[in-house]
Design a protein around this ligand. Sequence first.
Ligand SMILES: [Zn+2]
Length: 260
Amino acid sequence: MTDTPPLSDQSIPERAVKKISTEEPPAPARVMAIHAHPDDQEFTVAGTLAKWARAGSEIITVCITRGDAGSNERMGAAMTKDKLARLREEEQRRACRVLGIQQVIFLNYPDGILQPTLDLRRDLTRLIRQYKPDAVVCGDPTVRFYGNSYLNHPDHRAAADAALDAVFPSAGTRFIFPELLAEGLEPHEVKQVFIHGGEKSETLIDIATTIETKIAALREHKSQIGDWDPGEMLRAWAREGSAERGLEYTESFRVMILKE
Ligand SMILES: [Zn+2]
C-alpha cells in the first residue's frame, strides 16, 4: 500500500470514498476477533460471529487479558485472581463453543491496566501472521463515552488501538518487527476490519437467526452476570437502527476494506 497517495481533508481520493458500503458483506473465510476481556465479544459482536461460523468461517477469538480483575462484588474469600482468571478462561471457551468458534487464545496481559504498547502490538502482529485472517473484528479506540452513563473501559480502547495498529501497518510490513521474520512469520495483509461500537457504524449485519445464540453465549459468563438474564437488554440493543433497514435484530460496524 506504499503507492497510496497521502490523504488530506481537501482531497479524499474517489476510490477511497467508493469503498464505503452499507450492504451486508459476505462471511469472511477466516476471522480473528480481538478484545480485551472474556465476555467483550459476547456483549458486542457474538451474533455476527455465530452467523459467520454457521456459514463456514474459521474464527479465532483472541482475549488479551484473562479478566482477572473480575468483579468486586462476586469475589468471595475463596476467590483469588488466579482462580478467577481460570474460571473466566473456561467461561470464554464455553461461550465460544456456543458460538461455533473453534479457537480461543489468551495473551495473559494484566486486566484493568492494559496499554497499547509495542509488546502488545507485536504479540497481535504475531498472531495475525500465524493465523492469516482475512478479516479482523475489534472495537473503536476513539470512543471514550457511551451516552451519559458509561465511560468506555480503558482496556477496550487499548485493545482496539493495538489491534488496528497490528493490522496496519505491522502485519503486512516486512521490516516492522524483524524479530517476527526470524520466527519464520512472513507479512500478511488483512483485507477487512470490522470495527464495532463507534461512529460511522453504517454496515449492519442481520443477526435475526443468531440473536438467541448470542444471548446463550453471554449467559456462559456466569462469574460476571450471575443469574441476571441479559436477553432483554441484548435484544433491545440489537433492535437499535434495525427497523429503518427493514430488519429486526442487527449488529453494526464500520467496515474498513484495506484490500480487495
Ligand atoms: Zn470488557
